[in-house]
Ligand binder design. Structure first.
Ligand SMILES: Cc1cc2nc3c(=O)[nH]c(=O)nc-3n(C[C@H](O)[C@H](O)[C@H](O)COP(=O)(O)OP(=O)(O)OC[C@H]3O[C@@H](n4cnc5c(N)ncnc54)[C@H](O)[C@@H]3O)c2cc1C
Ligand SMILES: *[C@@H]1O[C@H](CO)[C@@H](O)[C@H](O)[C@H]1NC(C)=O
Ligand SMILES: *[C@@H]1O[C@H](CO)[C@@H](O)[C@H](O)[C@H]1NC(C)=O
Length: 835
């Protein structure tokens, strides 16, 4: 069967199209999936370039597993959509994709794993894909070949299975062409350059032709890093080996009428096993120290000439995995290994793909559909997601955990990438704990001037976009270290102590990880007024402001401080640095505004001081008027504190009296020491992000990535006071909000108190909310409120359940805990109290 018009051996006269809207580079399952979705959605002039033939990368030999399961809420949506796309493309093209749907069972053989399954279930109910727990008896009934000795529970996804990646890729290609896309094979991209208008010239080997495109998408699989280098990018990708074996026929399987479900045995040495004809495919995840990375490729790139190839298998390396499989499925003992496959696969530092527009200085219209480790199952959903973003200028739903800019080149070097990919591979099936921290590759170059000082004082660090920031501090008598748990653990009491410190005295927190930008120039006010929904502050003042998407979702939240008529200082959370900067730069560039944007994140340190005595502490270091009138809430002044020049903004995410003190990064230690010695008499101490999280929840403050994402509009999120519908400038999202106001809201963010057990767990966000036996919503954040001595959560619920006093249920480790809707935040902010 021939699938495509352009074949390997064309006449010399073959010609590439000259102009394209979108050029997608890489004809694997991901690139073809996107080409299909884009063309089907009506995008004209879509071109796919493949250097040899379709599927020639990782795709042709993939095991083809397709699952609805993902620990990430948003990734579940991607996979849900993939199944839909698979069905559509098969129906539309008539090209069979070889889908089998016997379901998957993940196996729990330890009590912690049973907890994890319950934890995953509590985050499942408000999502589309079905998933439920199985008793050992039910597991055995579905999969009679299993040795049940150690199995405590199963986690089941019906409808899961496998697909033929080769046929799927061909179907994508046929479908793409049906909708007008063009696909060129033997068209390797050899050079790429961006014109000053942001469009691209792409040089190919296809009769050495160049194609001019409005945008390019790098979907080059494990070559994506090489492709990036063609225009000076160092993408955070390496190539690792993945191995599976195919057994010969197994009598017990041959005797069955129905296909066995796929199993995933999760404890080390972990593996998956799915039926292939009358045998099994068993794929393994080696431990970090055994897994094989293409080390030379890390620095030198994919070996030139490496084609549609496999690596040499090494069965010794995986013998304990196979041994474990034989113990779990005894029938395997009698089977031969008919074939083994050891193939290249692309990896990112946290094994999540890089999806979306990529930002680097001066770069425009460069998109990534790369680093896709489960490319078969994610291809359709990612294609749909990118299609929406490309065609509508905004993502269809929040997928910020796949943001390609979460690893910035400023801290993420090749060595970090390799170290982290190794760790992630080894952790393939480990339990994912709440507040997961992973040690490899830390610290990076992003450490603040008091990193060591804080460590010496017992800081337990958390990792945020390359930075180390204290989660909490272990003092004498505490159990130090990272002891993750699904329930309350060693940091529970210490965090309470830190909250108490901030509420009764004062505490310092290292806020250096904040993303910090300066926007200046003649058009600065004009463009920011258009980008942000709040009024711009006056000179010397600051405000919380939101950037909305055209359809009215919350794209970002920042503190906007006006340093001069034409000069602004923007601060965002550590997790959204380049995510936010990209949006600003893009709009500035598209609108041709005359402004300069500087990313000063790595140049500036930031310390926060908060608590009733914070004014007294600072007063000892400056003669400046810090009084309520002299230094108003949400104002910004230049101070000299103990000889250090700081830009001080009176604001604190704790909701207490406090300041954020921005300064040159080399001054952090000096400033910290000066404050600590001035604060001694007032009992000043340290606090971390966990205490901050609890304090802000008591005040009902919203958090980006939790209450505020593109999936939420600011009205239902309760951000009304920050949105100025009547301001004189038009702003992005305004029209959609007007429409929303007319239509009325359907749900609302509420504050809940949750009745939990003494040992927890407390809610943390993403839990399912039940009412009368039905799923009605989900939480977005949660923590224990030490001051009010209640377990708290923020949650989206339908309007009719948003009245104070309404009782709903929050699912926590298999138990539905009663939760009561509160009138508002449980604790007033300092400024509200001081009125
Ligand atoms: C042994 C093994 C088993 C696997 N099992 C599964 C599984 O069960 N389920 C699952 O979901 N995933 C599985 N995977 C992962 C899956 O194979 C990949 O995630 C997926 O194939 C990636 O697809 P892709 O399109 O991103 O990349 P690729 O398939 O690698 O395609 C990239 C394409 O880009 C082309 N290209 C590269 N450079 C250029 C250039 N300069 N110009 C033009 N074209 C270029 C290449 O020729 C190639 O065709 C497995 C992988 C391996 C190795
Ligand atoms: C909830 O899920 C979203 C999407 O996967 C994720 O970004 C967020 O961090 C999750 N929150 C918690 C507390 O797990
Ligand atoms: C952000 O700042 C860092 C360090 O100052 C710099 O290396 C990087 O290029 C900046 N990023 C962008 C996208 O401007």
């Amino acid at each position: 069967m021939t699938f495509l018009h352009s074949t390997t051996s064309g006449p010399i006269s073959r010609r590439l199209k000259d102009e394209a809207d979108t050029v997608i580079i890489g004809g694997g399952v991901v690139g073809t999936g996107l080409t299909y979705c884009l063309a089907k959605a009506g995008q004209k002039d879509v071109v796919l370039l493949e250097k040899t033939e379709l599927t020639a990368g990782s795709t042709w030999h993939a095991a083809g597993l397709t699952t609805y399961y993902s620990p990430g809420i948003n990734v579940k949506k991607v996979q849900w959509d993939s199944f839909k796309v698979f069905r559509e493309v098969e129906r539309e093209t008539g090209q069979e994709v070889g889908f089998h749907g016997p379901g998957t069972i993940r196996l729990a053989t330890s009590p912690e794993r049973v907890d994890e399954f319950r934890y995953q279930m509590q985050r499942q109910g408000w999502n589309d894909a079905p998933q439920w727990l199985l008793t050992p008896e039910e597991v055995h009934e579905m999969h009679p070949l299993l040795n049940m000795d150690k199995i405590l529970m199963g986690l089941h996804n019906p409808g899961d299975g496998h697909i033929d990646p080769y046929s799927l890729t061909q179907a994508n290609a046929i479908g793409a062409r049906m909708h007008g896309a063009e696909i060129y094979q033997q068209a390797g991209v050899t050079g790429m350059s961006m014109r000053s208008d942001g469009s691209w010239d792409v040089d190919t080997q296809y009769g050495t032709c160049t194609i001019h495109a409005q945008r390019v998408v790098n979907a080059a699989g494990f070559w994506a890093h090489e492709l990036g280098r063609l225009c000076g990018l160092e993408l955070p990708l390496v190539t690792v080996q993945h191995m599976y074996v195919v057994t010969g026929p197994i009598a017990e399987i041959k005797a069955r009428k129905t296909e066995l479900p796929v199993i995933r045995d999760l404890e080390e040495p972990s593996y998956y096993a799915r039926q292939e004809r009358d045998g099994l495919i068993i794929g393994v995840y080696e431990r970090a120290e055994l897994m094989k990375m293409q080390n030379r490729w890390v620095s030198e790139g994919v070996a030139p000439g490496f084609g549609k190839e496999l690596f040499e298998s090494d069965l010794d390396r995986i013998s304990d995995h196979l041994e474990a499989a034989m113990e779990m499925i005894p029938a395997v003992r009698n089977a031969d290994i008919a074939r083994d496959v050891c193939g290249p696969i692309t990896a990112t530092p946290n094994h999540l793909p890089l999806i979306g527009p990529y930002m680097a200085p001066g770069l425009r219209n460069y998109w990534l559909a790369a680093g896709v480790y489960g490319g078969v199952i994610q291809s359709g959903g990612l294609g749909k997601y990118l299609t929406h973003w490309i065609m509508n200028g905004e993502p269809p739903y929040d997928l910020s955990e796949l943001d390609p800019n979460r690893f910035s080149e400023s801290w993420c070097n090749r060595n970090y990438v390799a170290t982290k990919c190794r760790e992630s591979f080894g952790f393939n099936n480990v339990i994912i704990w709440p507040k997961d921290e992973r040690p490899a590759g830390r610290p990076t170059t992003r450490v603040s001037g008091i990193y060591q000082t804080l460590l010496d004082k017992g800081a337990e660090m958390g990792f945020h976009s390359g930075w180390e920031q204290p989660n909490w501090f272990a003092k004498e008598g505490d159990t130090p270290g990272y002891r993750p748990s699904f329930r309350r653990t060693n940091w529970f009491h210490p965090v309470g102590r830190e909250c108490e410190l901030v509420l009764s005295k004062a505490g310092i927190i290292d806020l250096t990880p904040f993303g910090k930008f300066e926007v200046s120039g003649p058009d600065a006010a004009r463009v920011l007024d258009y980008l942000f929904a709040n009024d711009l502050p006056k000179v010397g003042r600051a405000c919380i402001s939101h950037m909305l998407t055209p359809s009215g979702g919350v794209y970002a939240e920042m503190t906007v401080t006006r340093l001069g008529e034409d000069r602004f200082f923007l601060v965002t959370g550590s997790g959204s640095e380049l995510h936010d900067l990209r949006w600003i730069e893009d709009h500035v560039w598209k609108g041709g505004y005359d402004v300069a944007i500087a990313n000063v994140t790595d140049d500036m340190g930031a310390l926060g001081i908060a608590g009733p005595r914070s004014r007294d502490v600072l007063a000892k270091l400056t003669s400046h008027d810090l009084s309520k009138k002299g230094f108003k809430f949400l104002s910004c002044q230049q101070l000299s504190l103990g000889g250090v020049r700081v830009r001080a903004v009176r604001i604190s995410y704790t909701g207490e009296l406090g300041w954020e003190l921005y300064h040159a990064r080399e001054d952090t230690a000096r400033l910290y020491e000066a404050m600590m010695s001035a604060g001694q008499e007032f009992g000043l101490g340290d606090f971390g992000t966990y205490a901050m999280g609890s304090l802000r929840l008591e005040k009902g403050f919203r958090g980006w990535g939790a209450e505020m994402t593109v999936d939420n509009n600011p009205l239902e999120a309760g951000l009304g006071p920050f949105i100025k519908m009547n301001k004189h400038a038009n702003f992005i999202g305004k029209q959609s909000l007007q429409q929303l106001q007319q239509e009325g809201l359907t749900r609302k963010l509420v504050c809940l108190t949750v009745e939990v057990e003494e040992s927890g767990p407390d809610a943390e966000g993403n839990e399912t909310i039940w009412h009368n036996g039905k799923v009605v919503g989900h939480t977005t954040s949660g923590a224990y409120g030490y001051h009010v001595q209640k377990s708290l959560a923020l949650a989206y619920v339908p309007l009719h359940l948003a009245h104070p006093g309404t009782v709903v249920e929050v699912e926590l480790l298999g138990s539905r805990r009663p939760a009561t809707v509160q009138q508002g935040p449980l604790v007033q902010t300092h400024t509200a109290r001081a009125q």
